[in-house]
Design a protein around this ligand. Structure first.
Ligand SMILES: [Zn+2]
Length: 321
């Protein structure tokens, strides 16, 4: 589907807390999808599996300074194209298996944003992982493509035994009635979705601040801008590291080359760019392996300096993990 303000609002209006009866959003159905994807690799003693939830098209009006000719040329150079709905981006989540624990980095979209998304459970099933065996869901932020999969169509918890890790600032932002009352009507739906998706986990929320070891080997890293409490998670095992940077980048082909490009869903565009540039520089300096929620699947690679901007260097396929 194509994502724009109107259908985000529509999705919000149809979530269980606002509707008398739970309504499947945008006529999505949990049928088997043709785009299912999993990719398993190791980071030290940890095993990580990239899980493809699906894709969405970012509508041109959502992209700041969008010029069709320029964007088309850049996409063409990256062996991509501008789709009728806009710039096609994946939604990824990640399973980390570390020290006998199963941690999900973000939870996919479920049925919140249409039938090109919501495949996370199929991906988990494909690797024989049932939702009940997940010990923790570590959220980078509380947007519907990251927290939507926390609840089923009845608004109940999907991960029966998981704690939820998320930034204190992020949690507080979406639960602040004054902030919600002050935003434009079109943005209010985000707040209701955020609240609905974490509500069933109220007694098992782990709220972190700053750089905090949420469990041994996994440390939160504040990356504010896209949302106020947006955070990455740094996995460390032995001498190896991997940073899950969430939504630091939405469009792989466009935003390394032009890191000043933002989208309408960036809460604070200026801070988004500042945080992105700082993280890019750190990733270059530390030769850091990174992955993200919207990097082209499976989204594993490194950041390089390239001219005035940056470039993304995908990691080679890892065999037999
Ligand atoms: Zn996202």
């Amino acid at each position: 589907m194509s994502i724009n303000r109107r259908n985000f609002l529509f999705a919000a209006a149809a979530t269980p807390a606002l509707a008398a009866v739970p309504v499947p959003v945008l006529a999505s159905s949990p049928t088997t999808k043709p785009f299912q994807g999993t990719y398993r690799f190791t980071v030290g003693d940890a095993t990580v599996t990239a899980l493809l939830d699906g894709y969405l098209d970012a509508a041109p009006q959502m992209i700041t300074g969008f010029e069709e000719a320029t964007v088309s040329a850049v996409l063409d150079n990256a062996q991509q194209k501008l789709h009728p709905g806009g710039v096609r981006i994946p939604v990824n989540a990640f399973l980390v298996e570390l020290n006998g624990q199963r941690i999900l980095i973000d939870a996919g979209t479920s049925s919140f944003l249409g039938d090109t998304l919501g495949d996370l459970n199929n991906a988990l099933a494909a690797i024989n992982v049932s939702p009940e065996t997940i010990d923790m869901v570590a959220l980078t932020h509380i947007h519907p493509d990251h927290s939507g999969g926390l609840i089923d169509a009845n608004g109940q918890a999907v991960f029966a035994n998981a704690q939820i890790s998320v930034g204190q600032t992020e949690f507080d932002f979406w639960h602040d009635d004054a902030i919600m009352a002050g935003v434009p009507e079109s943005a209010r739906g985000f707040f209701q979705i955020a609240r609905n998706t974490v509500a069933p986990y109220a007694d098992r929320m782990m709220l972190h601040s700053g750089e905090h070891e949420v469990l041994s080997g996994l440390t939160s890293l504040p990356l504010p801008g896209h949302t106020p409490g947006h955070a990455g998670y740094l996995l460390q095992s032995g001498s190896e590291q991997l940073l899950f940077w969430g939504d630091l980048v939405h469009m792989t082909a466009l935003q390394f080359d032009n890191p000043n490009l933002t989208i309408a869903f960036d809460t604070d565009a200026k801070l988004t760019v500042k945080t992105r540039l700082g993280m890019f520089d750190r990733a270059v300096a530390d030769n850091l392996l990174v992955t993200g929620s919207h990097l082209d699947f499976p989204g594993l690679g490194k950041v390089r300096k390239a001219g005035d901007g940056y470039a993304y260097q995908p990691a080679p396929w890892q065999y037999g993990a």
